[in-house]
Design a protein around this ligand. Structure first.
Ligand code: DAH
Length: 336
């Protein structure tokens, strides 16, 4: 086999494609489904044990050689073929660098914090059905709680809508996964709200979900407290009783922001406290709806708006700043 490989090596090294078609034939010959490497890999099984290492290394070397040939051609010859005049030796100094959008920065930072404590990342569709957005989450039809969110429905199919919250991903994950579940779900959400300096029709949320045996409210508090400390560098939180159809008990989490500056006074309305997110213990009905036995499992959930958190972190007063993509604003996030 070694001999065969040596021969192939010579063939590949000498190959020079004159056209894209020739290159494609070369690719198919070696890497195609019935190509040379396919054969070689099956022959490899019968190579004597002592030779496996050497033959394996040679095989890899050959494969790289083929791939390099293809890449070299694609990045140079192909361009001259199509008469574009890219100069690959040109210096990149002075080229404009982009920047990440503040929403992306905050999303990444939040996801990072939760992944450090074992949360996975999950996503769901933006166009969602009634069951995942409302019904599974304990909003029965005609329930007044649906009024809390002004939904954009899809005209042709009244069962479909733009999701109003990322809690819909909760229903998806619970339905498809056997606990333990520990996941955070970022995404865009849509509400038919008047555009003011505080609200917008499209915004972003991050949802969190933790389901396992014996999960308690203390676990919820501990997790959120860790998050707040990591993200804002603040250590004091409080949980105020609240209401959401999908959690029982439900709470809103405030962080103690402080009252040191005039801005602190303004944004906390003189209280020092800022509301950050909604949370609670997943309602047993929700677990049942999603096929999880509430006698065996319990869990908590939380949800936060990324814009709100970005505004707090970067001290932005008007949410529209985050959507207009004014380069004078975006440039301030360069290198962040
Ligand atoms: N879905 C809620 C909203 O959009 C936010 C939320 C509150 C999510 C409490 C949760 C939760 O998971 O437990 O306002």
């Amino acid at each position: 086999m070694i001999e065969e490989l040596e021969k192939l090596k010579q063939e590949i090294s000498e190959f020079k494609a004159k056209s894209t078609e020739e290159l494609e034939q070369f690719r198919i010959k070696f890497l195609g489904r019935q190509g040379v490497f396919k054969d070689l890999t099956s022959n490899f099984r019968s190579v004597a044990k002592e030779q496996k290492k050497e033959v394996g290394m040679k095989l890899n070397e050959l494969k790289n050689l083929v791939q390099n040939k293809i890449e070299d051609f694609t990045s140079t010859d192909a361009d001259s073929d199509s008469k574009t005049s890219e100069d690959f030796t040109r210096s990149t100094a002075g080229a404009e660098l982009g920047s990440r959008h503040p929403i992306s920065l905050i999303r990444r930072e939040i996801l990072d914090i939760f992944s450090r404590i074992g949360f996975s990342i999950s996503e769901g569709p933006e166009i969602e059905d009634d069951w995942h957005v409302f019904e599974a989450l304990n909003f029965p039809p005609e329930h007044p709680a649906r009024d809390m969110q002004d939904t954009f429905f899809i005209e042709k199919d009244p069962d479909m809508m733009l999701r109003t919250h990322t809690s819909s991903v909760q229903s998806r994950v619970m339905k498809s996964t056997t606990p333990p579940i520990r996941t955070v779900s970022p995404g865009r959400v849509f509400r038919n709200e008047a555009i003011s300096s505080r609200s917008h029709c499209i915004f972003h949320q991050i949802e969190g979900l933790y389901i396992d045996k014996d999960v308690s409210f203390a676990d919820l508090k501990q997790t959120l407290s860790y998050f707040t400390k990591e993200f804002f560098g603040k250590t004091e939180i409080r949980l105020r009783p609240s209401y959401f159809p999908f959690t029982e008990p439900s709470a809103e989490m405030d962080v103690y922001w402080g009252l040191e500056t005039e801005t602190d006074h303004r944004i906390t309305k003189g209280t020092g406290w800022l509301e950050i997110l909604g949370c609670g213990m997943v309602d047993p009905n929700v677990l049942t709806n999603c096929g999880i036995d509430p006698k065996e499992y319990s869990g908590f959930a939380f949800g936060m708006g990324i814009e709100r958190i970005a505004m707090l972190k970067y001290q932005i007063d008007d949410i529209r700043v985050l959507f207009e993509n004014d380069v004078r604003v975006l440039n301030q996030f360069r290198g962040a």
